[in-house]
Design a protein around this ligand. Structure first.
Ligand code: PEP
Ligand code: MG
Length: 309
């Protein structure tokens, strides 16, 4: 008896008309990056650096961080690696970026707000990334989480440039950032949409609370309208707009995100095959038509149904 092996289609993310949509991986360590590359990742779209140092009591030194980043960049030679600066607070507490107790930590001093309040930690992290970048051959992009507007984007981008970062962008996960996307993309080299938090804040539904889970649906047209604003700003500025939230791992929603203006998609590597297969069924024109349908819906369920039809 000869077992038949089913070939897994590994290849770049491509639409039916040949438009390239790079499929990138969300990872939390260099080891995860290696596994993602064997599954066909075209690069890393989100390196959650806070996960590497979750247990640290004190801030990691520049040398400690440089070792970690060097290991990752070496594994990703020639590929894009988007590094996110520490996203501390709320669901990802870091003791070296701890805040006073907060009643609503998701609305508190988290993400860029926390690192801005501890600027020495942010400076060290940016210096370590720049040093590791200089030693290796990956295409390193750096972004800050939870950026609210162009002023905050400007703070981050100028600090990143001062410390030797070549490509500096921001995550769009707070609705105000989407509403101000034109201004933000006048400053940031790129935007990456974090649909997990963008959905949480748009629908005012705690992403960790089961009782409101039905609200936290990235198919909601309110979320899609904000994403369209960012996509339009990306097209006008000619700057990349990625998506790195879980929404990118839903094959049909991935097509809608492309129709709304996403130029790359980053996800858990287990989703590559299904997303890659779905993207190949649609032209960019068709993805845009599906996005128009989804935007016209009044609920998440209706958006899903209209697109699936
Ligand atoms: C997001 O919010 O969508 C995101 C990618 O960041 P995280 O899930 O790490 O908050
Ligand atoms: Mg987030």
């Amino acid at each position: 008896l000869v077992a038949r092996r089913v070939a897994v289609p590994i290849g770049p993310g491509t639409l039916a008309d040949g438009t390239r949509i790079p499929l990138l991986a969300n990872i939390g360590s260099a080891a995860e990056a290696k596994a993602a590359l064997t599954l066909g990742a075209e690069g890393i779209g989100l390196f959650r650096t806070e996960l590497v140092f979750l247990g640290a009591r004190s801030a990691p030194t520049v040398a400690e961080q440089q070792d970690e980043y060097r290991r990752l960049f070496t594994a990703c030679r020639g590929k894009r690696v988007v590094v996110r600066t520490f996203d501390a607070g709320s669901d990802k507490p870091l003791s070296f970026l701890a805040t006073d107790p907060e009643e609503n930590p998701a609305l508190g001093l988290r993400g860029i707000r926390a690192t801005r309040a501890h600027e020495g930690v942010l400076r060290d992290q940016l210096a370590a990334i720049a040093a590791a970048d200089a030693e290796t051959d990956a295409e390193v992009w750096v972004m800050a989480p939870m950026v609210a507007d162009a002023d905050e984007a400007g703070y981050f981008v100028s600090l990143a440039r001062e410390l030797g970062i070549q490509v500096a962008g921001v995550m769009a996960e707070v609705p105000s950032c989407a509403l101000m996307a034109g201004q933000v993309l006048g400053i940031a080299d790129f935007v990456s949409i974090g649909t997990n938090d963008l959905t949480q804040y748009t629908l005012a539904a705690d992403r960790q609370l089961g009782s409101v889970a039905s609200y936290a649906d990235p198919w909601h047209p309110a979320v899609l309208r904000l994403i369209k604003m960012i996509g339009d700003a990306g097209e006008q500025s000619g700057r990349p707009v990625g998506v790195c939230g879980e929404a990118a791992a839903d094959p049909m929603l991935a097509v809608v995100l492309v129709g709304l203006g996403a130029t790359s998609l980053s996800m858990a590597p287990t989703a590559f095959e299904a997303v890659r297969t779905e993207l190949r069924q649609h032209t960019l024109e068709h993805a845009r038509a599906l996005a128009v349908q989804a935007l016209s819906a009044s609920t998440a369920a209706e958006a899903r149904a209209l697109v699936r039809e």
